[in-house]
Design a protein around this ligand. Structure first.
Ligand SMILES: Cc1ncc(COP(=O)(O)O)c(C=O)c1O
Length: 303
């Protein structure tokens, strides 16, 4: 919902500035932003899980991702596309540093600073989707803090309530708020007070916990236990950042077989495509985490 609101906000912003022709979006390949229609239209068209609906989705601009090509090549593609099309582009949207469900890829945070500068230069708003990365997951409280970039619009969700209740938030600047005026969006349960109270309690718990130490502890165990999988023939890549560990296999995973076997090994993981990954809760104990990494090693070796 946060992404739907962010996209609408950007469209209404340009509408109110008499530039309604700026009605498209630009994003990097390999992204994932959710399952509703606006969000689906900015997910990777091949990998974003929505090709079934590709015929009915509005068409936007997809540029090379710094997680798949060099940062320079990705920036050149972005610049060229903005130069040609910025008259019709309302905003760029992307997940900072870690692309989640569209491929679990990690990229150089410097890309964010440079992409934001290009967007500013071409009058294109900059939306960061921290729904998966926010609240400590990557090691910083927000992934944008790796470079201290300030987006025009910020999407939050998931860990906003620690997963206890459904709630999302869309944050923006005074300039955008004042230009947008009344945003044309108001579902029944928007800003639900109970969900907001849960979010406040969860954020307080997080900030009063030693979360930086916990993420560093989890990351260290991931490196110690999983890095060696890079040596395995069947493994294409091992990616670790903060409390995220991803094993990319060379071949498609036999999901049904793997999930059944993982349960026998005492863990619940959700592999998909070529990816086996884990994003454990920050309070996980070392022993519990090693149960997960051991199961990952066993299953990769048995694959
Ligand atoms: C980066 C990102 N954006 C948006 C979403 C969509 O959030 P929700 O499923 O709460 O609508 C997700 C969910 O996985 C996500 O990872």
């Amino acid at each position: 919902m946060s992404v739907e609101v962010a996209l609408k906000m950007a469209l209404q912003y340009w509408h109110n500035k008499d530039q309604s022709e700026k009605h498209q979006f630009i994003t990097i390949r390999g992204g994932y932003h959710g399952d509703t229609f606006g969000a689906m239209s900015v997910c990777d068209p091949d990998n974003g899980m929505h090709h079934l609906f590709s015929g009915v989705l509005p068409k936007h601009f997809f540029v090379k991702s710094p997680s798949m090509v060099s940062m320079d090549e990705a920036l050149q593609d972005l610049e060229a596309t903005l130069k040609q099309n910025s008259d019709s582009i309302a905003a760029m949207i992307l997940e900072p540093v870690v692309q989640g469900a569209g491929g679990m890829r990690i990229y150089n945070p410097q890309y964010l600073t440079k992409a934001k500068a290009l967007c500013d230069q071409h009058d294109v708003l900059f939306i960061l989707d921290e729904i998966a990365t926010g609240f400590g997951r990557t090691g910083e409280l927000f992934a944008l803090e790796y470079v201290d970039v300030t987006p025009d619009i910020l999407c939050l969700g998931k860990a906003l309530t620690g997963g206890y209740m459904t709630l999302a938030a869309t944050l923006t600047t005074d300039e955008i708020t004042n230009t947008v005026g009344t945003l044309m969006h108001g579902p029944t349960f928007m800003a639900n007070p109970l969900a907001c109270a849960v979010a406040n309690a969860s954020i307080e718990l997080l900030l009063n916990s030693p979360w930086q130490d916990d993420i560093a502890r989890i990351e260290k165990i991931f490196h110690a236990e999983l890095s060696s999988l890079r040596q395995q023939d069947k493994v294409a890549d091992v990616r670790i950042l903060g409390a995220i560990a991803v094993i990319e296999m060379k071949e498609e995973i036999r999901v049904e077989w793997m999930q059944k076997r993982l349960i026998e090994l005492g863990v619940w993981l959700r592999p998909y495509g070529k990816l086996l990954y884990t994003m454990p809760p920050f309070v996980i104990t070392d022993d519990e985490l090693i149960t997960i990494t051991k199961a990952i090693k066993t299953i990769v070796e048995a694959s």
